[in-house]
Design a protein around this ligand. Sequence first.
Ligand code: ADP
Ligand code: F6P
Length: 322
Amino acid sequence: MAEIKTIGVLTSGGDAPGMNATIRAVVRSALAKGIKVMGIRRGYVGLINEDIFEMDLRSVSDIIHRGGTVLYTARCPEFKTEEGMQKAIETCKKFGIDGCVVIGGDGSYRGARDLSLRGIPCVGLPGTIDNDIACTDYTIGFDTAMNTAVEMIDRLRDTAQSHERCSICEVMGRNAGYLALHTGIAAGATAILVPEVEFKVEDIIEKIKRSEKTGKEHFIIVVAEGVGGVDELAKKIEAETGIESRATILGHVQRGGNASVRDRVMASVMGHAAVQLLSKGIGNRVIALQHDKIVDFDIFEALQMKKDFEYDLYEIANEIGV
Ligand code: ADP
Ligand code: F6P
């Protein structure tokens, strides 16, 4: 295995709180091993456009807490073409980059796999608020996003309580319901609608009516963006129950804000682990958390894995959200 003297680090896909703490960990861990670090701006775009600069200990000062990413992020369709990929490899050669740390979701992992296959060993780190990467129990950004969403829904609850309304809130998660499920259970939702579980609107309406009969005066319904349709749902609930209903789409507020303790710690530990692999010349791997242990997998295998939905947690939420 060739010795790795210089690594590149980039953030790609949707940003997530904790990406900055991850960059910091990667830079500091690499420098501690005598490895030079090049920051690549705007994900794979920077590899194609040569938007690259050397990072030192102080270039990651004062960022551990901040949401967003100081390296910027982007989606880069050109990188999926052979021409774009070759350009990226030429850039790596030009800047002496022998390996890369890619912080992002599974789309970004596919790019990292393709680079690894073409001779630039990469290690992927899970950075997305969606927690939808199959090989890992946890993705950096999930905790902060959940806490932000719950804080927002607590506010919705205040106004729903005073108006005796039903508040229907859409949370992010792309095609996955993990963020909605955890947010919903923590916010005390009467119903949580996720793409992984089929539901009938009639059943939700019946549940609201049953709860109303027991004296419940206001209602929170959490809907994953993969289900959508919150405006229509609000209209239907209001029409069928007579309870005034309002829909809110939380949107990108969930992506910003200072990273939580959990995200900062996970970022630090995972970022460090990525550098340990690369420093041994090992690439084409992703870092993951499984049963509270940091592990790593071959990227190709990681991308084949399927993630279980937490049906038990969903059942608990359903039973106690009455
Ligand atoms: P995420 O990493 O959050 O899942 P995307 O799916 O948008 O986000 O992927 C981020 C970037 O990763 C894409 O813009 C593209 O540059 C790269 N990428 C995604 N899929 C592939 C692929 N199949 N092959 C190569 N690169 C890819
Ligand atoms: O993957 C993170 C995420 O925030 C998803 O939850 C959401 O579907 C998507 O990114 C939104 O992407 P954009 O920032 O391009 O609107």
